[in-house]
Design a protein around this ligand. Structure first.
Ligand code: ADP
Ligand code: MG
Length: 332
């Protein structure tokens, strides 16, 4: 239902231009759940915003975003408005910034129903109560202002707004990052349950590979504006083919780690600055298994087993060393 083809986003122009998304191809089938993982700054939010053309005017956008075969990037404004409500909606990380502080939350949930659905005020009110119930909030909360709710409740309101016009796709950009661990789990279960019950496709973005592997069917790993690995969620999480995927999954504690006294490993170095990317494979300066050629040659995605792809020179070849090996080059 969602097909992203060679999507590229560059902020600004000239020498200070920031190529935040550099040629992304992804497919999300109807009713399925795709996770996108990667460190801060790798272009995840830019990708999410690009899908609904919500980027600032300074961003140059090319490629295709096909929603049921229709290209969002070239569609007319009136059609785009309809798609933003009923085709696909976005749940953002910081609900406090996305909600209007001076309006009651019931009115904010009702607004798209009134505007887009052309519902009567009474019908919009009924729909609001129904949506509040779906996200586990009592109807009485409709009269509350955003500051009167907890972080978890505000995120529930964001989800209610996203559901308001029966979207076919929900894009959730770090929907639980700002929440406590316990609340995180509740919100994740809520999202999972709602998309399953209503047959909504889900594109979920997170820096947390563990969260995504738990929730999603397929997983894509993003690095410096590109997808470097993609495949079934469990296999990418348990046995990534790309050294960056392996580092990302080793960065989170797992069951069993405690017993074996293994600490989660970090990845040395920082993600590259998109305005001055390393040559060749952009991961090579941090890669524990980089070869000399990796500094020169960019690696395309290639098949890495059934339904799997990875962009690494070692795909298909035996992995020569463990992640604990020293990086191939000192960091600048
Ligand atoms: P992520 O969500 O993975 O943390 P972002 O998509 O927010 O990554 O950012 C990707 C890159 O684009 C970063 O280098 C960031 O600084 C840059 N960027 C994001 N938004 C803008 C903007 N509005 N103008 C210029 N650069 C931006
Ligand atoms: Mg982000």
């Amino acid at each position: 239902m969602l097909e992203i083809k060679d999507l590229r986003v560059t902020y600004g122009t000239g020498p200070s231009a920031v190529p935040a998304v550099r040629g992304v191809d992804l497919v999300l089938e109807s009713g399925r759940k795709l996770g996108i993982a990667g460190e801060s700054g790798c272009g995840k939010s830019t990708l999410a915003l690009a899908l609904l053309r919500l980027l600032p005017p300074s961003a140059k956008l090319t490629g295709q975003v096909l929603l049921d075969g229709e290209d969002v990037l070239t569609m007319k404004w009136g059609r785009l408005r309809a798609v933003r409500w009923a085709g696909a909606s976005i749940v953002f990380q910081g609900a406090m910034h996305s909600l209007n502080a001076v309006h009651r939350i019931g009115d904010q949930i009702a607004e798209p129903v009134l505007l887009h659905r052309g519902a009567t005020p009474a019908a919009a009110r009924r729909r609001t109560v129904e949506l509040l119930e779906q996200v586990g909030l009592p109807a009485s909360r409709a009269d509350a202002y955003p500051h009167e709710l907890s972080g978890g409740q505000r995120q529930r309101v964001m989800i209610a707004m996203a559901l308001a016009c029966d979207p076919r796709l929900i894009v959730a950009d770090e929907p639980t990052t700002a929440l406590d661990v316990m609340i995180q789990a509740q919100i994740l279960r809520l999202i999972e349950q709602l998309v399953a019950d209503q047959d909504i496709s889900l594109l979920m973005i997170s820096h947390d590979l563990a969260v995504l592997s738990d929730t999603c069917d397929r997983l894509a790993v993003m690095y410096a504006g590109r997808i470097v690995e993609e495949g079934p969620a469990k296999s990418v999480y348990d046995a990534a083919e790309h050294p960056y995927g392996r580092a990302l999954s080793a960065a989170f504690p797992r069951i069993g780690d405690l017993a074996s006294r293994r600490a989660p490993r970090g990845l040395p170095g920082d993600p590259p600055d998109p305005s001055s990317l390393p040559s060749g494979c952009t991961f090579h300066p941090r890669c524990p298994v980089a070869l000399e050629e990796c500094a020169r040659e960019d690696q395309p995605l290639r098949e890495a087993g059934p339904g799997r792809q990875a962009a690494c020179v070692h795909v298909g070849a035996p992995v020569p060393a463990q992640l604990s090996a020293a990086p191939a080059e000192p960091r600048p």
